[in-house]
Every structure is written in C-alpha cells, then in structure tokens.
Write a protein that binds this ligand. Structure first.
Ligand code: 8YV
Length: 318
C-alpha cells in the first residue's frame, strides 16, 4: 500500500526530497498554486509535506480525512497552525539542529556585509567610479571588540554567539527566558530589549516568529539604536516593521541593515526596499548549503515516515 502525501510547493523541491519520498512508497500529490487543487481526493491524504511557507491551516488538516502527520522542511513552523494540529491530535515534525551552523554562518555573513559595506564595495569596485585607491571611501564599522546583541538566543542564536567570541565581542542577549548555561558558555549577559538595542553595535535577530515577536522591532525600537549600529534579520520578515526600517535607513539613523527575510517574500519588484543601498538583501538563504539541505531533507522525510507508520515522530514540535 502506498501513502498519499500532499506536497505544497510552487517550486520544484530540492531533488533528494522527491528521491527519498519515491523510495518510501509515497504517492505524491502536488499543490502548486495559491488555491487548493480540485483534482485531489483529500479524504485519502495520509500526510502533508510542507516545503516553502504555504499556510497549513486547520481547515486543510480537517479536510485531509486520514491525516497522520504534517512534516515541515525547515525549523520555523509559523506557517503551520500548530494549535489546530494539537487540537486534532496530528503531530507536526520539523528540522531543528541541522541548520544551526549554516544559519549562524549566514547571520555573520550579513552582519559583516552590512557593517563593512561589502555589497556597496563590490559594486564600487566594478563601476566607473573606482579610478584610484582612496583610504577614505566606504568606511565601515569595526566588528572586533564591538558589542553584539542577539535577540533570540535559541540554538541558532547560540551559534551566532559562539562565532562572536572569535571577534572578541561583548555579547548581550534578549529572550523570553534567561539561558544561564549559554550565559556561562558565551560570557553573555541578559538584557531587556531596550537596553540591548541602546548598547549594541551589531544586532542579530534569530528568534522564531510568534505572536510575541511579531513587530518586535518597530520605529520606537529602531530609534533606540546607535546611529552607527548594524541590524540583521535572519528570523522572519514580520519580526521587524520593514516600513519603519526603510524610514530609519533613509534618515541615516543606522549604519546599515541586512535581511534574509521579508514580507511578503519575495517583495514586489518595485518595493522601495529593493532600491535602498544601506540594506543588504538575500532571498532566504539562511540554511542554504548543500550539506544542510541534505540533512534537512533526510530529517523531514524521516519525520514524515514515522508519522505515516504511527511511530513517534523524532523531531516533533506539536
Ligand atoms: C528553510 C528556514 O530554508 O528552517 C527555517 O525555518 O527559514 C529555512 O532554513 C525554509 O524554511 C525552507 O522552507
């Protein structure tokens, strides 16, 4: 008997995923457009494999009459109605741990790129303006010895902090709860959000998107930051108010910002943030290394198969 699995994705998924699923007796049904496809018998769907960030609603889970598991490719599950899944008794699996290093590396790539004007420097070096070496152009912010504020000291934030030790940085962090073992490991100090923003030279957003973190960084919070500060969002777009960010950048209130995430994602091609030179923008590459993608594929398919066969889901979030 083969399992009927619904995959929501408007792009072709990373190849190992479909290979692993095909080798696992799964019959795949594709949901590619905004609206649910009409040619699927939802009453026969055993599993949902969530790739990308399509909303997985309670309504959809209820419609899938035989649903045993929702498996997410990725750690962030803000697009899945986890309370709905709990109420229906449907396990939700995700991929924690395997992407911490890649995402922390990318956080640093963004902080460094914004702080040291890497993208502007690249453009300048290729353009007609670069005629003579000039020691006064594109001066950035010193990373070594500066203060780093980590908002969200979970697994990824912890790895961001570990890397900061190599830059001799003072580390502040803000979290829902204090993490005393991380404090001891990293020499980090817990700070209230306002204090962290006022004192940090570099701020990394590494928290999950929840009702508490939605809009966490707005105009008031940006105004608390140093005019020389750099902020990078490697969490989810709605953690900050991107219109307020644009105003702050245009006013020269920050040195620069960088982001891996936006809302919507991608931004409309005529969105003003796309023209903002003080913003380094990436297309959600946090965990995008081949090694990490392979591990995420394996883990998410393992979760899916465990749920389909009624076993404990190894990495269960709901
Ligand atoms: C994933 C991510 O690439 O895991 C997450 O939460 O944001 C990324 O690493 C993405 O979610 C895959 O859909």
């Amino acid at each position: 008997m083969s399992w009927q699995v619904l995959i929501q994705s408007d792009v072709v998924p990373y190849e190992p995923i479909t290979r692993l699923l095909a080798a696992s007796d799964c019959c795949l049904h594709w949901w590619r457009d905004a609206e649910p496809p009409q040619d699927i018998d939802y009453s026969c769907i055993d599993g949902i494999y969530s790739y990308g960030h399509f909303p997985v609603t309670r309504l959809l889970m209820e419609r899938c009459g035989r649903l045993k598991i929702v498996s997410n490719f990725g750690v962030g599950c803000d697009h899945i109605d986890q309370n709905g899944a709990r109420a229906l008794g449907i396990p939700v699996g995700n991929t924690p741990g395997v992407l911490d290093a890649a995402t922390a590396d990318l956080t640093w790539a963004l902080l460094l790129a914004a702080g040291r004007n890497i993208v502007a420097g690249d453009h300048f070096a290729r353009g007609p303006g670069f005629q003579k070496y000039d020691a006064a152009v594109l001066l950035g912010q010193q990373v070594t010895g500066a203060t780093l504020g980590i908002i969200g000291l979970g697994r990824i934030g912890y790895q961001v902090g570990r890397r900061a030790i190599g830059f001799d940085m003072k580390i502040l962090y803000h979290n829902r709860t204090r993490n005393e073992s991380a404090e001891a490991d990293l020499g980090a100090r817990y700070a209230g959000l306002d204090e962290l923003l006022q004192q940090s030279d570099f701020v990394a957003l590494n928290c999950p998107l929840t009702p508490e973190t939605t809009g966490l960084i707005g105009a008031r919070e940006l105004a608390l930051m140093k005019p020389t500060a750099v902020i990078a969002n490697v969490a989810r777009g709605p953690v900050w108010d991107q219109e307020a960010l644009l105003v702050a950048l245009r006013a020269g209130h920050l040195h620069a910002a960088a982001t891996d995430v936006t809302y919507p994602e991608p931004l409309p091609r005529d969105h003003p943030l796309l023209a903002e030179e003080r913003l380094v923008l990436l297309p959600h590459l946090g965990s995008a290394t081949r090694q990490t993608r392979d591990a995420m594929s394996q883990m998410s398919v393992t979760n899916l198969l465990a749920g389909l066969t009624g076993q404990d889901v190894p990495h269960r979030i709901a």
